[in-house]
Design a protein around this ligand. Structure first.
Ligand SMILES: [Zn+2]
Ligand SMILES: [Zn+2]
Length: 216
């Protein structure tokens, strides 16, 4: 049912302001609306819509970027989602938890690309995929976890005992993030949070530490 937003007040009636006079002239001359004919300055501008002739433009869908070694590497790792009240911290349940946002490749029946995946325990994974928290809350948690994930990848690369298969997978993830122009920001955030130090990063990386003047 429609509700009137500003209900009329009794004292505000128009009838009060222009009262009827019993024996006088009508309250106001009735204004007749005159319909002017529509004139077109340029009739050629007035056209009926035409059907678009060209065939439907095809939308190119890039193949999902995936890396099974990177998903295997996620198993048994510490949880990086760390959702308060949901994180069990049980490494045995950790898997790669994919982003649920389209800008990371997520589609209707398509998972996000594997480089938009973070290590997460079962409790956090359930919260991210099925929980009823708001999307912006989930997004903030995921974004923070992705910063931690990049820090973990960078540290893993420095680990000499890391199996070659995983080393290549981690390199792949960082390269994909770099080609999406996300890596630099993620690394800068990781450094800002103290999760990484410039020694973890390849030479040539401009860290906030390097631009600092030397201590006196
Ligand atoms: Zn967790
Ligand atoms: Zn998932």
């Amino acid at each position: 049912m429609l509700k009137q937003r500003t209900p009329l007040k009794r004292g505000n009636s128009q009838l009060k302001r222009t009262p009827f006079k019993r024996n006088g002239a009508p309250p106001s001359a009735t204004v007749e609306k005159v319909c002017k004919p529509i004139t077109l300055r340029d009739p050629s501008l007035f056209r009926l819509p035409r059907q678009i002739e060209s065939a439907c433009a095809s939308i190119e869908i890039s193949p999902r970027r995936e890396n099974s070694a990177l998903r295997d590497f996620a198993r048994g790792q510490p949880c990086l989602l760390l959702v308060p009240g949901h994180c069990t911290g049980d490494k045995a349940t950790t898997v790669g938890c994919h982003s649920n946002w389209s800008e990371h490749g997520k589609g209707k029946s398509r998972k996000a690309d594997d480089h938009y995946m973070v290590w997460g325990c079962m409790g956090c994974h359930g919260w991210l995929d099925q929980g009823n928290a708001r999307q912006n809350e989930k997004r903030a948690i995921f974004d923070d976890a992705l910063v931690r994930q990049v820090a973990e990848y960078e540290k893993a690369l420095k680990c000499t005992s890391l199996p070659k298969r995983f080393q290549q997978a981690v390199k792949w993830a960082l390269e994909e993030l770099a080609s999406d122009r996300r890596l630099e920001d993620l690394e800068a955030s990781a450094i800002g949070l103290g999760l990484l130090t410039p020694m973890h990063l390849p030479e040539g990386f401009k860290s906030p530490f390097q631009s600092r003047p030397p201590a006196a």
